[in-house]
Design a protein around this ligand. Structure first.
Ligand SMILES: Cc1cc2nc3c(=O)[nH]c(=O)nc-3n(C[C@H](O)[C@H](O)[C@H](O)COP(=O)(O)O)c2cc1C
Ligand SMILES: [Mn+2]
Length: 335
């Protein structure tokens, strides 16, 4: 799979979008492109089609890795991903003008493909392996008419893997997804202490959120907010802040011991979302759920067992010369 930035300006407000989209070669002059309807590029393609105008695009392959990470930010439409990258880098991203389209691309790209998406032109695209771990369907998708290809001398072509987690695709997404969700939730719930998009959820479908509860019903309100996030989460589990959201065993322990499904489960049917969810009964329309796996706020709940020293216990290595380890290790050495 190609890992380039597809750059285009919105036909209505002129704002730039720059994100990773795979492109498939149809023939010498044409590429097919798949962008989900809700994406920045998908929205621009739909707007151009409605206006009956071509959408100019430039695909920049072999850019600074920070640009790829920044491109995965779930930010509002119209926010320029190159500006986000500039913020992370601490200096503006240097750009150059394209030859045949009215766009700018990162100056350090290895290869740039310029072209136009013509309204009403489609080609079969796919099937490709997807971040879900399954092959997505072949579909009729928009076509880019290539107008120019420019490159460095001896260019390096950047490609990446996607498929059953964990692949390049998931690693590229996770930083942006977690920081965006944390920021979005903390606006309404400053008591959120951590969020995790586990790899096994494709860094998309599943999220775990830790909350230091402050009032009754807060975790359930948090579930509703998280399920409405632009990340399009399929299932969210809210845990107390003593649970490590990055530790699947701890999360499953909290689910098992701190929730009652009949009371703590929230299910919402027929929601637009779930890109490429193989279990979706209808394309990109799924049901979503949230689970409140926190202790009841203000209620009685048994104390967690904490054995002094158990979490710092280290097994002594006899070959290392018998320096005392944890308290139990000392006992074992004496036996
Ligand atoms: C390696 C890789 C390939 C991707 N390919 C596609 C794709 O072909 N179509 C798509 O809709 N999203 C794809 N994505 C996800 C988008 O890049 C991501 O959702 C991005 O935030 C969309 O940005 P935008 O809404 O600003 O256009 C891919 C992500 C990665 C990391
Ligand atoms: Mn965007």
């Amino acid at each position: 799979m190609t890992v380039g930035l597809t750059i285009s300006n919105d036909p209505l407000d002129g704002r730039r979008n720059a994100s990773v989209y795979r492109e498939m070669r149809v023939d010498r002059q044409r590429l097919a492109v798949m962008s989900h309807v809700f994406q920045g590029l998908g929205t621009q393609i739909a707007r151009a089609a409605e206006l009956g105008v071509p959408l100019e695009v430039a695909i920049a392959n072999g850019v600074h890795p920070v640009l790829l990470y920044a491109s995965q930010a779930k930010v509002p439409h119209g926010v320029d991903e190159l500006a986000i990258a500039g913020g992370i880098l601490g200096e503006p991203v240097r750009t150059v003008r394209c030859r045949t389209v009215d766009l700018e691309v990162p100056a350090d790209a290895e290869i740039v493909i310029e072209g136009r998406i013509l309204p009403g032109e489609f080609a079969m695209e796919g099937p490709f392996g997807e971040f879900s771990g399954y092959y997505g369907p072949a579909e009729r998708n928009p076509v880019i008419q290539v107008t120019a290809v420019t490159h460095r001398r001896d260019p390096v072509f950047l490609a990446g893997l996607t498929g059953v987690p964990t692949t390049d695709n998931h690693v590229l997404k996770v930083f942006a997804y977690e920081s965006n969700l944390l920021q979005n939730l903390r606006g309404a719930f400053p008591e959120v202490t951590a969020v995790c998009f586990p790899d096994w959820g494709g860094v998309q479908y599943a999220a775990v959120v830790a909350l230091r509860q402050r009032y009754k019903g807060q975790a359930r309100h948090l579930i509703l907010t998280a399920l409405g996030d632009p990340a399009r989460i399929k299932w969210v589990v809210v845990v107390d802040d003593d649970v490590d959201v990055f530790d699947t065993e701890q999360v499953n322990w909290a689910i098992t011991t701190r929730s009652q499904p009949a009371e703590d489960l929230v299910v919402v049917p027929r929601v637009a979302g779930g890109p490429l969810d193989p279990s979706a009964p209808e394309k990109e329309v799924i049901s979503v759920w949230g689970l409140d796996a926190t202790r009841p706020f203000g209620g009685d709940f048994p104390e967690v067992v904490r054995v002094p020293g158990a979490d710092t216990f280290e097994i002594e290595d006899p070959a290392a010369g018998g320096a005392a380890g944890g308290p139990a290790a000392g006992g074992a050495a004496g036996a």
